[in-house]
Write a protein that binds this ligand. Structure first.
Ligand code: ZN
Length: 160
């Protein structure tokens, strides 16, 4: 299978503001899209990527929190959330910025996998934050909409 890097949409691209549609077809095209999203996320060194960020309005996210949890979540729904913490976030679609965002510290997410099997994921802290950020993308919400503060990060301040 030939993998393809997809272009990450940024800034004022109106597609980032649209609500994504429920995935209903679990076919080879979906599997190719998932592989492309993994590839694009890895290349950008992201910890998560939502389909609308590559211009596809489908309810599908991939995450990679560097703890062996590279996973695709299709049609994810947060069914439980509690706790609250303000911490830093950044987004591949909002380059050279970061902000402080309040998120739940513990969530439970229902979703289906690439073969439409029902799954559930319980997440805390950083992983919970990543999931809430990516699921917001499916509803056209960027972290900058809900951040307490947004800062410009210059290239020199960025970690290599
Ligand atoms: Zn993002």
């Amino acid at each position: 299978m030939k993998l393809a890097l997809r272009t990450i949409r940024t800034d004022e691209d109106p597609i980032l503001r649209k609500k994504s549609r429920t995935v209903e077809k679990f076919d080879d095209r979906l599997k190719t899209l998932i592989e492309d999203m993994y590839e694009t996320m890895d290349e950008a060194q992201g910890v998560g990527l939502a389909a609308p960020q590559i211009g596809i309005l489908k309810r599908l996210i991939v995450i990679d929190d560097n703890a062996d949890t590279r996973t695709v979540l299709i049609n994810p729904e947060i069914v439980e959330k509690d706790g609250s913490e303000v911490s830093y976030e950044a987004c591949l679609s909002v380059p050279e910025k970061q902000g402080e965002v309040e998120r739940a510290t513990h969530i439970i997410v229902d979703y289906v996998d690439a073969d439409n099997n029902k799954k559930q994921m319980e997440a805390t802290d950083m992983l919970a934050r990543i999931l809430q950020h990516e699921i917001d993308h499916l509803n056209g919400i960027l972290y900058t909409d809900i951040a307490k503060n947004v800062y410009v990060v210059t290239a020199e301040e960025k970690e290599e």
